[in-house]
Design a binder for this molecule. Structure first.
Ligand code: HEM
Length: 330
């Protein structure tokens, strides 16, 4: 085969692959969001089972081996930690498939798909960053500030993945007043503080990572928990304000998203107080972490629903008289 024929062959294969993936773009975007949440859960299992230093080295698991070895001292903890490391491959593969699907989708569609590629590339870049930050957390003996950073970057990845899903769905949005958009952005910023303070409670408490030598912040977990809960009160008040504001301006899609934010906030508050009064049992802490992910997803959609887009990235529907635009008044 000549060089030109081989190049042609490779190009055809590439086009076929990306076109095939483009057909499953929407499910892939959901799977990407699901695995980003899943890895937060397995990361939580590592921490809650005290397996944080199950692989005491990075990128090797133990001196001279990338995988756990039988004579290693860390017993079953090595498998828990190594399993979580392996999940990085899964989230990376899904992110790469998503990017390929977007490339195929862009080629086959006339409308603007450019909106999808930057967040999908952001997810892949964030996964690479997380591999490094995860490594630093091991090399610094689970420094609680690094563990907190690791969790918070994951929250950004969950939000970015939710953004990709959002772009692929049809929305009936109305332009919303600037004041309401600012209120939404402010509420999201306070949610960021709630998450940060949550990680501070964790870093000060018994679940900061390694069971034998937990590296902890020096302050009292009790005071940190109350500060965290106080910030939740402020956040809850702002969510109520968003319900009122979106309802007053008649932004029905946004109102629905903020209702979801409100429901998750109430449930998360109940879980938060219950785990606090029960002495932070591992199972509830895990639920609390996963619900924080769901809250981030709902909030991302809530904020995005306040911005009527100038273009849509959802797959082009078959022409239908009833579906005229993605920006119909809600
Ligand atoms: C919107 C509501 C809430 C959100 C989004 C939220 C979020 C979080 C997050 C992200 C963490 C850190 C998880 C980690 O580092 O792995 C955390 C930890 C914690 N939160 Fe909340 N939280 C909320 C409400 C509450 C409330 C009302 C309480 C009641 C005191 C509470 C008590 C705690 C405690 C005790 C921890 C530490 C658990 C541990 O030992 O790991 N949370 N929270």
């Amino acid at each position: 085969m000549t060089v030109t024929a081989r190049t042609h062959h490779v190009r055809r294969g590439w086009v076929t692959l990306t076109d095939l993936l483009a057909r499953v773009l929407t499910p892939l975007a959901w799977i990407n969001l699901a695995v980003e949440i899943l890895i937060v859960g397995t990361g939580g299992l590592v921490r809650l089972s005290g397996s944080g230093l199950g692989c005491p080295r990075w990128p090797e698991c133990v001196n001279g081996s990338l995988t756990p070895v039988r004579h290693q001292a860390q017993e079953w903890h090595k498998y828990v930690e190594f399993g979580n490391r392996m999940l990085t491959s899964l989230v990376s593969i899904v992110a790469v498939l998503l990017i390929l699907a977007i490339i195929g989708h862009r080629r086959s569609s006339a409308s603007d798909r450019r909106a999808l590629l930057p967040p999908a590339l952001g997810v892949l870049g964030g996964i690479a960053l997380q591999a490094v930050v995860g490594g630093i957390s091991v090399l610094t003996d689970l420094n609680p500030a690094i563990v907190a950073l690791h969790f918070l970057i994951s929250m950004v990845l969950v939000a970015t993945s939710a953004w990709v899903v959002w772009q692929l769905r049809e929305h009936r949005l109305v332009p919303v007043r600037r004041e309401v958009r600012l209120l939404g952005a402010g509420t999201a910023a306070v949610a960021g503080l709630v998450l940060m303070l949550g990680t501070a409670v964790t870093g000060a408490g018994p679940h900061s990572g390694d069971a034998t030598h937990p590296a902890r912040f020096g302050f009292s977990p009790r005071s940190a928990a109350w500060l965290h809960a106080d910030m939740v009160m402020l956040f809850s008040g702002l969510v109520v304000a968003m319900l009122v504001a979106t309802s007053l301006v008649g932004a029905r899609t946004a109102l629905r998203r903020w209702r979801l934010v409100a429901v998750i906030t109430v449930l998360q508050g109940i879980v938060g107080y219950t785990q606090y009064f029960l002495g932070v049992p591992g199972a509830l802490v895990l639920v609390h972490m996963l619900m924080a992910c769901l809250l981030v997803v709902a909030l991302t959609w809530g904020v995005l629903a306040l911005h009527a887009p100038t273009s849509t990235a959802r797959p082009t529907p078959a022409p239908k008289a009833s579906r005229t635009s993605a920006h119909l008044p809600g």
